[in-house]
Design a protein around this ligand. Sequence first.
Ligand code: ZN
Length: 344
Amino acid sequence: MRLGVAWALVDGQLVEGDVEVADGVVAKVGLPRARGRGIAAPGFVDLQVNGLDGIDLVDADLDGYRRVGELLLAGGVTAYLPTFVTGPEARVVAALRRLPRSLVAPHILGVHLEGPFLSPRRLGAHPARYRRDPNLDLLRRLLAAGSVRLVTLAPELPGARALIRELRERGVAVSLGHSDATTEEAHAAFDLGARSVTHLFNAMRPFHHRDPGLVGVALTRDDVVVQLILDGRHLAPETAAIAWRAARGRIALVSDATAAPGALTPDGALAGGAAPLLHCVRALHALGAPLAEALAAASAVPARVLGQGGLGRLSPGLPADVVVLSGELEVERVLVDGSERYSR
Ligand code: ZN
């Protein structure tokens, strides 16, 4: 099957020509180009999806996951991490056990646990009564309940370093966030193997010129991927521009999508993102990022956080998880493992 595109984002480069998909994988690129300005890009990888359309994944049944999956596919997302925020242990454990195994599109890569090991000073919308200081036994109970791929934690809390070590030994990615970490504490956590920051700038100690903290360390360390919510509400345009200029090539866009998009907590904190990932791609492009880099920020770079080779890339021989975009960057078609799962 030819995709009928004029361009494809192949291993991060825009390559002219059509794409052939066969037996579930990308077979050829650079074929004679189709008419129009269509672009084939790697399907988007969203590291932070709490829910959508009134459905919170922490409570969702299979039908709820199906509905959320349909909406994600329509936005070009072919793989994601259901994200569970700080909550009662029994609820989170039950949600981990309920994680569907039968759904193949979009791919459910495992869970992003955002909490409960967060700073009491930087909780944002997380409920304080379920916040916990780092506790290895609790972490192990959570890991035993279901497939966890990413954990957001505050590295300055007592015992956090042992948790980072445990997670890295088990191959679970660690992201720092909801944190009051100082410069030294942030460096120490990255040196232990944390590789990312969750929604940079939001819910962390603000940048100060003599104590740049987690923000300053993340923006200046080339080995750190910074996750951004570019929904037009979480960050001022200048703040987003600083991130883009400092962390070019290592920005992972996340939607932080929730059941009720763009909601505020009673004390005015933003609870979740207000825009789908495609909107964030357009926003990064509008900030000056070349299209290839804006698309990579929603595919190859988030895949790098998980350390999963092949994910988030479009290249001959790799699974055909592909989003076909119009010249105006609207989603036209979405393929998962070579099967069409959405068309406009
Ligand atoms: Zn958060």
